[in-house]
Ligand binder design. Structure first.
Ligand SMILES: *[C@@H]1O[C@H](CO)[C@@H](O)[C@H](O)[C@H]1NC(C)=O
Ligand SMILES: *[C@@H]1O[C@H](CO)[C@@H](O)[C@H](O)[C@H]1NC(C)=O
Ligand SMILES: *[C@@H]1O[C@H](CO)[C@@H](O)[C@H](O)[C@H]1NC(C)=O
Ligand SMILES: *[C@@H]1O[C@H](CO)[C@@H](O)[C@H](O)[C@H]1NC(C)=O
Ligand SMILES: *[C@@H]1O[C@H](CO)[C@@H](O)[C@H](O)[C@H]1NC(C)=O
Length: 204
């Protein structure tokens, strides 16, 4: 329609040449659309690859620690301590898929000796969310070797404890991608014996 109209308005131009020019313009226009679409799609796919598909290890941490029933003694015959720690264990899953983990334990240690353990039951941390698990662990120096510097630590009023754990599991994104991942806990905490509290908690 438009071709005809333009040709009649402009008699001197060869109608065939006119329609060829128009066709070329049309082809160029659609090529441009196609190119823009390809670029757009590449950006979208890259964005998805960099976010949704990139599966990271969840973070496994300890927080909100509360100490109760602290007992300790440090004299010539006994050097020992005991306490109960209430805490929140968190599994922070930033992936776009659930993280299902297996049964595990978190170990508390003093100077490399295990002083307490707590069981973490298998569960699921939902996509892009943090699972919180309340735990209670009884800690005691029963297993601490006698040649440690426990005596001087107790006299200084400050004990450094560590907690370690590992959750093995897998992240599943959109039913099709499953990937084995693990979350590792590595925390240190300072127990202030006078204040009867953990005043310095750090997790990697
Ligand atoms: C050492 O401390 C423990 C517990 O506090 C106490 O039972 C014991 O009598 C003390 N021993 C000495 C020699 O003071
Ligand atoms: C993720 O977990 C929730 C429940 O916690 C469940 O309803 C959902 O179907 C799970 N999604 C996948 C992809 O497994
Ligand atoms: C995980 O722990 C539960 C108890 O909470 C137990 O019943 C189950 O058998 C354990 N699963 C594995 C695979 O050990
Ligand atoms: C710690 O000591 C208890 C007994 O008080 C024992 O049952 C346990 O196996 C010991 N744990 C380690 C890691 O040595
Ligand atoms: C845990 O912490 C200790 C000391 O801070 C460090 O040597 C170790 O490499 C850490 N492990 C992990 C898995 O981060």
């Amino acid at each position: 329609m438009q071709t005809k109209k333009m040709a009649s308005n402009n008699e001197r131009v060869n109608p065939q040449v006119q329609s060829q020019t128009l066709r070329r313009k049309k082809i160029m226009k659609y090529s441009l659309y196609a190119a823009a679409f390809v670029v757009f799609q590449t950006i979208v796919i890259t964005a998805i690859a960099l976010t949704v598909m990139r599966i990271k290890n969840p973070k496994f941490r300890l927080r909100n620690t509360v100490v109760e029933d602290i007992v300790y003694s440090s004299n010539t015959s006994t050097t020992s301590f005991g306490m109960r720690i209430h805490a929140e264990v968190t599994v922070e899953n930033t992936n776009f898929g659930n993280f299902s983990f297996e049964n595990s334990t978190v170990t508390f240690a003093y100077g490399g000796n295990t002083v307490g353990e707590v069981f973490i039951a298998r569960a699921r941390a939902r996509a892009r969310s943090t699972r919180k698990i309340d735990v209670m662990v009884d800690v005691s120096s029963n297993n601490v070797s006698s040649n440690s510097n426990l005596g001087s630590d107790l006299n200084s009023g400050r004990l450094m404890l560590t907690s370690h754990g590992r959750l093995n599991g897998r992240v599943q994104v959109m039913k099709l991608i499953k990937k084995r991942k693990s979350a590792q806990m590595n925390c240190t905490m300072g127990v202030n014996l006078m204040e009867r509290e953990i005043d310095d908690l750090n997790c990697d």
